[in-house]
Write a protein that binds this ligand. Structure first.
Ligand SMILES: [Zn+2]
Length: 313
């Protein structure tokens, strides 16, 4: 029997400062991973060549069944519509990379990086084995992804599974990077948690250990909340409430089997999960009583796992 040489998948996660590349087998076992810097000069025109050369240094494309890419911006029909961080606009990435490869048969796919992270958790992370999953990534902003029957929901403008800009705060307390006010990411991201805490500190005279710090992070608010600081507890409760409200809208739209919470804020673990669950059930009861909600497990590698997931046979 002739050995089929094409037994590797490659996942590429293109970020604004570095590009993560991973080689996987078909079962999703990571064989090798590394980073290269993102060269943003001249509207990022060398990025794809850099990726190609970097992969060639480590493996032969003869072994590769498919290559998946995640990019920091909306994607529709294999086109990266707008990646401000890379200088890309309407980048026909799949077409362009195929030209560099000059291989008509290579499977090449492209998705938004947060959607990739969701697919990655399905491939080898907390959502392994599930086909209908919604993920919220709580970092500096709020990203997300939705997988329906194992397929990324991309949407007509690449905005499928983009929950960070759902308006949840109808008092419109804080401006968002998108130009609107009241978006989920202004209140439930790491930045949002600090927003809520600073608001409570300035608008009330309530006592809090947070007053001992001129500046503080979301992690500080979590740490103090866990130690019983009531103002910090109220901040986390409010952030969790907004998130649960956005989750309830998705629960009653696509009805996923599982929600995955990722990003730096999810390091708060069970403490955060319990707060989210309390509020979530208040929004979806009596329709949903046993929703699975878990913390992501792949961290920053979720993107390369998900990019590879898209091209597995
Ligand atoms: Zn926004």
């Amino acid at each position: 029997m002739v050995k089929d040489m094409k037994n590797h998948l490659i996942g590429v996660d293109i970020g604004g400062t570095s590009i993560k590349i991973g080689i996987f087998d078909f079962e999703g076992r990571l064989i090798n991973k590394w980073d290269i810097p993102t060269n943003k000069l001249n509207h990022g025109e060398d990025i794809l060549h850099d990726i190609y050369n970097s992969i060639l240094e480590r493996t032969s494309f003869d072994d590769v069944f498919g290559i998946g890419f995640g990019v920091p911006g909306p994607v529709s029909n294999e086109i990266a519509l707008n990646c401000v961080n890379l200088g890309w606009n309407n980048k026909h990435l799949v077409e362009d990379f195929r030209k560099i490869l000059s291989d008509e048969n290579m499977i090449i796919r492209l998705a938004n990086d947060a959607n990739c992270a969701c697919a990655g958790e399905v491939f080898q992370g907390s959502a392994k084995g599930f086909q209908n999953v919604a993920m919220f990534t709580l970092g500096t902003g709020v990203g997300g992804g939705i997988l329906q029957n194992g397929t990324i929901v991309e949407g007509v403008n690449g905005l499928g599974g983009e929950p960070g800009h759902i308006v949840v705060d109808f008092l419109h307390k804080f401006p968002c990077n998108c130009g609107k006010k009241g978006c989920l990411e202004t209140v439930s991201s790491a930045t949002g948690i600090v927003n809520l805490a600073k608001e409570k500190l300035t608008k009330t005279k309530r006592q809090s250990a947070l007053r001992n710090f001129a500046n503080f992070s979301a992690k500080r608010v979590f740490d103090l909340a866990k130690q019983g600081d009531q103002l910090s507890i109220d901040v986390i409760d409010e952030a969790a409430n907004y998130l649960a409200y956005a989750m309830s809208m998705i629960a009653l739209t696509t009805n996923p089997e599982l929600f995955v919470i990722g990003g730096g804020v999810s390091n708060a673990g069970e403490y955060l999960l319990n707060k989210i669950k309390d509020h979530f059930y208040s929004y979806v009861n009596p329709f949903i009583r046993d929703q699975k909600i878990v913390i992501a497990s792949l961290g920053n590698d979720a993107g390369i796992y998900g990019a590879a997931y898209m091209v597995k046979p």
